[in-house]
Design a protein. Structure first.
Length: 188
C-alpha cells in the first residue's frame, strides 16, 4: 500500500511539473574540456559577421565589402585603388580680382588627388606687370592627405600704379607633375 501511495504522489508531482518543462526546456550547460582550443577560421567569422556576401554583376569585390568598425565605432580608412596614373588638380578663386594698392586679396586654393596621388605639392606664385616688374612668392608645400583647402593673402604692393594689370601664374609641382593656373589682378 505504501508503494502504491508513493507511485501516486510521484505521478501527481510529475503531472504538475510537465507543463513547466514543456514551457521552459532545460538549458544546455557547458562543461569545461581539458586541453587546448585551436580556432580554425577566426578571420572568416569576424570578417563576415555571420552573413554571406554574394557577387553582384558589375560590382567589384572591393565595392561589396563593408569595413568592420574599430573599437571606437569608426570604420577603418579605405585603401585607394588607382584606375589610372596618379595626379592632382588645383582650383583657385578668385582668378580675376580688383584691389587698390596696400589692399589684401585672399586667394582660396584646393588641391584634390586623382588615382591615389599622395605626394607633397610645392606652390609658388609668379606675378608680373608688363615687362617691367616680376616677383615670385613662395606659397609653401602642402602635405597629403587630399583634398586640402588653404588660403594665401597677397598684399598689393604700394609701388604699383593705378590701372596696372598684374598677371599671375600659380605653379603647383608634386610627384613629377606640374600644374599652372592663370590669375589676373587689376590695381585700382
Amino acid at each position: 500500500m505504501i508503494i502504491a501511495f508513493i507511485f501516486v504522489v510521484v505521478g501527481i508531482a510529475a503531472a504538475a511539473s510537465l507543463p513547466g518543462l514543456l514551457m521552459n526546456p532545460p538549458q544546455k550547460v557547458a562543461h569545461p574540456i581539458a586541453g587546448t582550443l585551436t580556432p580554425t577560421t577566426p578571420a572568416t567569422m569576424q570578417a563576415t559577421l555571420g552573413r554571406t556576401v554574394h557577387p553582384s554583376p558589375g560590382i567589384t569585390t572591393a565595392q561589396q565589402t563593408t569595413p568592420i568598425p574599430t573599437a571606437t565605432g569608426t570604420p577603418p580608412a579605405r585603401t585607394c585603388t588607382p584606375t589610372g596614373p596618379p595626379g592632382f588638380t588645383v582650383t583657385v578663386s578668385p582668378t580675376d580680382a580688383v584691389a587698390a594698392r596696400g589692399e589684401t586679396v585672399t586667394y582660396h586654393m584646393t588641391i584634390e588627388a586623382q588615382n591615389c596621388f599622395s605626394e607633397t605639392v610645392s606652390m609658388k606664385l609668379t606675378a608680373s606687370v608688363l615687362f617691367i616688374l616680376s616677383n615670385t612668392y613662395d606659397l609653401g608645400t602642402q602635405e597629403p592627405p587630399y583634398p586640402k583647402t588653404f588660403e594665401y593673402a597677397l598684399t598689393v604692393p604700394d609701388s604699383l600704379f593705378s590701372g596696372a594689370t598684374v598677371n599671375g601664374v600659380l605653379t603647383s609641382t608634386g610627384g613629377g607633375i606640374t600644374r599652372e593656373d592663370q590669375l589676373t589682378l587689376h590695381v585700382k
